[in-house]
Design a protein around this ligand. Structure first.
Ligand code: PLP
Length: 374
């Protein structure tokens, strides 16, 4: 028998979350961001749920190839653009649009031999200081690109550093619009947090020239997968987002222990009273964070319970006090949706691990079998 652990990808949740991002973005087109193998879900496994998007955005050329192999003929955007000259050949062959964030990428385009000009997204560094041209250099980059026969339409792009928090987007928006207001081309600005939180932000609307939409193309990633970009200020449920990934494993042993007995490596948990402990077939080698302390929430048969003691490679231990009927074979949901409909948000577990839902999704390991549900 295979080890009793399973990841489930929920196609209907992906559809729900995509529709929600689309509504939040008003009339903008939606890039479904599926980098990092669709945030750990598997590109092939999310494709059905996300094929209603207007395009797919990612970083790896081999991932772009996989999207074409699935039969997708619509737009695909390389968010970091080409890494070397021969990537542009693949862009021509697969008809990929690509970001241009530095001079070296313009040099590559100038050296690229093609009869079919390419659609590019020129990226401005509007304050995050990761990728993109500095605002004062943006227009000269645009002019240089615009003169190249290898380049078709130029779209304008930037990325927000603080859309999920109190910093907001107004300062970066102001920089972006000051430098681009009279340039032609479509705009792409918003990640999930900006799409959900700021598409109706009055400061942002005020920063725009009349009649211009916030973003012609929004770029939600994390929201599509049912994690709140601004947890704990908002939960996924607050936004109406549904988990697209469930990790569930079975109890493989139960220990009835007495008050004072200890559990697991390092004996870090001491039972305050007689209790039953369920041993669950999921550990850090499956992607469950080892750092999760005693008290991290789980669902046992759909009922909220907590972990006790240290996470080990292949097992975790849970306090069965709230679920006295639990026994070997009972299903424990580590995050996602239980059979009774109860939800444990990945964001709650991530917070216990001092990280974000993104990292937990991406960290699912290859030994966990994955099933796609309708
Ligand atoms: C990853 C990424 C996104 C999506 O961000 P989320 O926070 O997951 O919505 C959007 N734009 C760029 C450039 C990215 O790299």
């Amino acid at each position: 028998m295979p080890r009793p652990i399973l990841a489930t990808i929920h196609t209907q949740a992906l559809r729900n979350n995509l529709a929600l991002a689309r509504r939040a973005a008003h009339d903008a087109r939606v890039w479904a961001v599926i980098k990092a193998n669709a945030y750990g879900h598997g590109i092939e496994r999310v494709f059905e749920g996300l094929r209603g998007a207007d395009g797919f955005a990612l970083l790896d050329l081999n991932e772009a190839q996989r999207v074409r192999d699935l039969g997708w003929r619509g737009p695909i955007l390389l968010l970091e653009g080409a890494f070397e000259l021969r990537d542009l050949e693949l862009c021509s062959r697969l008809d990929l649009w690509h970001a241009v964030h530095c001079d070296a990428q313009i040099d590559m385009l100038a050296a690229h031999k093609t009869n079919v000009p390419q659609r590019v997204f020129l990226k401005m560094n509007s304050g995050m200081n990761r990728l993109g041209f500095a605002p004062e250099r943006y227009r000269s980059a645009w002019t240089r690109l615009n003169a190249l026969p290898q380049v078709d339409e130029i779209s304008l792009m930037t990325h927000f550093s603080d859309a999920d928090g109190p910093g907001g987007v107004a300062a970066q928006m102001a920089v972006f619009f000051a430098m681009t207001h009279d340039l032609p081309g479509e705009r792409s600005l918003s990640n999930s947090a900006a799409t959900l939180r700021h598409s109706v932000d009055p400061a942002l609307v005020a920063a725009q020239p009349d009649g211009q939409v916030v973003s012609d193309w929004v770029r939600p990633g994390i929201a599509l997968y049912g994690s709140a970009p601004d947890f704990p200020e908002h939960t996924a449920a607050d936004w109406g987002l549904q988990p697209s990934m469930t990790i569930a494993a079975k109890i493989i042993a139960v220990q009835a222990i007495s008050a004072g007995a200890r559990v697991g490596y390092g004996s870090s948990f001491t039972a305050p009273s007689d209790m039953r402990i369920g041993v669950v077939a999921c550990g850090y080698a499956d992607g469950y964070p080892r750092i999760c302390p005693t008290g991290t929430p789980v669902l046992v048969d759909g009922v909220r319970a907590r972990t006790v003691g240290r996470v080990s490679m292949d097992m975790i231990t849970v306090d069965l006090t709230p679920v006295p009927q639990a026994e070997p074979g009972s299903v424990v949901t580590l995050w996602g949706t239980a059979a009774n409909g109860a939800v444990l948000s990945i964001d709650e577990v991530a917070a216990c691990a001092h990280t974000v839902g993104y990292e937990l999704m991406c960290g699912l390991t290859s030994r966990v079998p994955v099933e796609v549900a309708a």
